[in-house]
Design a protein around this ligand. Structure first.
Ligand code: PLP
Length: 396
């Protein structure tokens, strides 16, 4: 038996391992020191009350014969699919509940969805990128076109006529850069995909952080997307579901390639490969889409946004180039004094005990850049920003 030899093509990811090792070594040398952790991509605020109440009610349902639920429909609870479709309709996007597939989160879907395409496909990944895109495609045996982005295009590359690809990943708002595609830029990608018959996998994990009115939250806000795009969403950052686990994927019924209907294929895939998401979790997720739930999750998002504002103000004061922060929970800054990203990591740790994420960990073109997350505590973020301003003003 020969196993999937593509696993040999995976590169060890040293990013978070190295960060953990370096911070551990620092703490061993400086016991009791408080570190200001601006590197985490996980939320820190608890679930909102509307969700907690719904989860409690759902647990109680499971204790009573008449309200007990066994297996849930594989593609999702119709009630949850319905409220998600209404969420899109409120933004003028016409999605039917049947086009919504409830999932256990975006990570699972980003890898699983490749089942629709078969092996040996060509995949375009804009870099710096969320590392799972690369690894899922290496495991699937796909050929990756690494499309570098940079400061010159605001980390928002546009399609080039010369590129031939089957699949295109677009992450907007982006992790790690926090950059967001404008309507016309997404339109260009959609036109390119429809012309070349490629499929766009649109990762909308951070859509809830968009505050500029003219930036699309969903790719389906752009005409033509229903013929070329799949949207993958997560409730992790939107509503603090990183440990609770729930997300959803939109596959339009119009999405057809080579006479095959990708929506129908995904129904078949889910009914084969899953037994649905837990009743309790789906009830909790549905509460996010109520008026009260929306109000409460945005109160939490506001706190992360205040963290972003605080860090952006510090960088503005220092005159350092950055993107993100406004419509995303990440800030992507140019390392000062032409430092490399790991060099800057060591500098921040040593001098001001601030921990962030070196850009190089998200692809080669991330070298020389650094990511701050805004998911930390407001107190730590304020202190980190204060220390940044003082130290960098002194040294650069
Ligand atoms: N997509 C992006 C861009 C992310 O940053 C993350 C998580 O950090 C995910 C997907 C995964 O989300 P989930 O927790 O729903 O698996």
């Amino acid at each position: 038996m020969i196993p999937n030899m593509n696993y040999k093509n995976l590169k060890d990811s040293y990013l978070f391992y190295n960060i953990a090792q370096k911070t551990k070594a620092y703490l061993e040398e400086h016991p009791g020191t408080h570190l200001y952790k601006m590197g985490i991509g996980d939320v820190s605020l608890p679930l909102c009350d509307a969700v907690i109440q719904a989860l409690h009610r759902a647990v109680d349902d499971q204790a009573v014969q008449t309200t007990f639920h066994g297996y849930m429909p594989e593609c999702g609870d119709p009630a949850l699919r319905n409220v998600i479709a209404s969420y899109y309709r409120r933004r003028g996007v016409n999605i039917s509940p049947e086009e919504v597939f409830v999932s256990s989160g975006a990570s699972d879907e980003l890898g699983d969805i490749l089942d629709l395409f078969g092996n040996h496909k060509t995949v375009l990944i804009m870099e710096p990128a969320y590392p799972a895109y690369v690894d899922a495609n290496l495991i699937a045996g796909n050929q990756i076109i690494h499309m570098p982005a940079g400061k010159e295009n605001g980390f928002l590359p546009l399609p080039a006529e010369t590129i031939q690809t089957d699949i295109i990943y677009i992450c907007s708002p982006n992790n790690p850069t926090g950059a967001v595609f404008q309507r016309e830029q997404l339109q260009a990608w959609i036109e390119y995909a429809n012309k070349t018959e490629a499929i766009i996998l649109f990762d909308a994990a951070y859509e809830a952080f968009i505050e500029d009115e003219n930036i699309p939250h969903s790719i389906y806000e752009i005409p033509g997307a229903e013929n070329c795009a799949i949207e993958i969403c997560s409730l992790s950052k939107t509503a603090g579901f990183t440990g609770t686990r729930c997300g959803y994927t939109i596959i339009p019924e119009k999405l057809i390639r080579n006479d095959m209907n990708l929506h129908d294929m995904w129904v078949r895939n889910r009914t084969t490969k899953t037994n649905g998401v837990s009743y309790i979790i789906q009830k909790g997720a549905a509460a996010i889409f109520t008026e009260e739930g929306q109000k409460q999750i945005h109160e939490n998002i506001k706190i992360y946004k205040q963290n972003a504002a605080c860090l952006m103000e510090a960088l503005d004061q220092l005159g350092i180039w950055y993107c993100g922060g406004k419509n995303a929970p990440y800030i992507w800054m140019k390392c000062p004094g032409n430092m490399g990203s790991w060099e800057f990591f060591d500098y921040l740790l040593e001098k001001i005990q601030v921990v962030g994420t070196p850009g190089e960990g998200f692809g080669k073109c991330g070298e020389g850049y650094f990511r701050f997350s805004t998911f930390g505590s407001p107190e730590d973020t304020k202190e980190a920003a204060k220390r940044l301003v003082k130290q960098l003003a002194e040294d650069f």
